[in-house]
Design a protein around this ligand. Sequence first.
Ligand code: NAD
Length: 366
Amino acid sequence: MTKKKIAVLPGDGIGPEVVKQGVSLLDSLSEALDMTFEFSEYLIGGACLNAHAVPVQDSTISACRQADAVLLGAVGSPEFDNNPPHLRPEKALLGMRAALGVYCNLRPAKLYQSLASASPLKPEIVAGIDMLVVRELTGGIYFGEPAGIASENGEDVGRNTMIYSEGEIRRIAHQAFQFAQKRRGHVTSVDKANVLSVSQLWRKVLTDVASEYPDVTLSHMLVDNCAMQLVRNPAQFDVVVTGNLFGDILSDEASVLTGSIGMLPSASLGDGAPLYEPVHGSAPDIAGTGKANPLAMMASIAMLVQYTFGRTDIAAAIEEAIEAVLEAGYHTADLQVQDGTLIGTEEMGRLVIDKVAEMLAVGAGV
Ligand code: NAD
């Protein structure tokens, strides 16, 4: 059996609660994957601020760089809301993403049929949602300089810079086209090219890269139209590629269409160790109550198994197990399902793990 090092960053709020289920799921796959796992846990976010007065320690970043994969829960807590930017829990996320060089963030949004009634949109509108948002993660306005608040002419002025180089756009474009080749063959590139110079370059590079992928079609869409199309006709999208800021907003919008933000996984890939985390935050309103939905974290394990270990078969088994548990009527409180059985984090985790084991034992989904 090969040994894999997994760095585990539970974080704040419901982070530790959902990470526990993710770790248990991965551990349960040891035999099927023919791997043993060495899980090492580190503090991040508010938990790290309380213990070490920084959002993340350099030693943690080094350990994550050495890992085969990093699992992150979520960071953030209201007690740090008034901290300066460099002492906020969220600062750890940006630092970690930059340090790992994970420029390609994948956020699939797929409607599980049993959750069609949990979507805030009408069932006929959400039917068939199956999209992959490819978000550039280490550039754009979240990292651009100059940035900050400074006093100018007697008043405070806040400033951020949206900046993308051709190389940064080109590499995320290639990722988007390659994922589209494995899916339904269409890329929608989202920008604000009617106003922003950075978007005009984005559009030009995307068009250029498209010529290398004749089997994939490309369309361009302005971000304001995309926000509207996501609630009007979300099933039209296959792969959506966009920059850091637009991707942050649109992927959250896409996520809620599928029933709950508690369902959405993500993978961040690049040059270094890959990072897997749920899309949701630390949900301080339900932390410690046992109500957190662990499925986004568990679906992130499916992405890990697929993208880092190359085991599409086992990833499919996890996704099928999640679907089967939901179809059996089990749901956490965030999923507004009628006539189902309301269960908590631990029970949902156990049901999915048991179902995956059952599927792998009989060879279903493999
Ligand atoms: P959130 O995602 O934490 O919560 C939004 C709503 O969704 C809340 O009502 C919450 O209870 C619910 N929710 C989220 N995940 C859930 C789950 N797994 N199961 C059940 N319900 C779930 O977003 P927010 O409230 O805007 O932010 C809370 C904190 O999290 C803030 O400090 C924010 O900065 C941070 N945050 C962190 C990340 C991250 O770590 N990647 C992402 C977003 C927000």
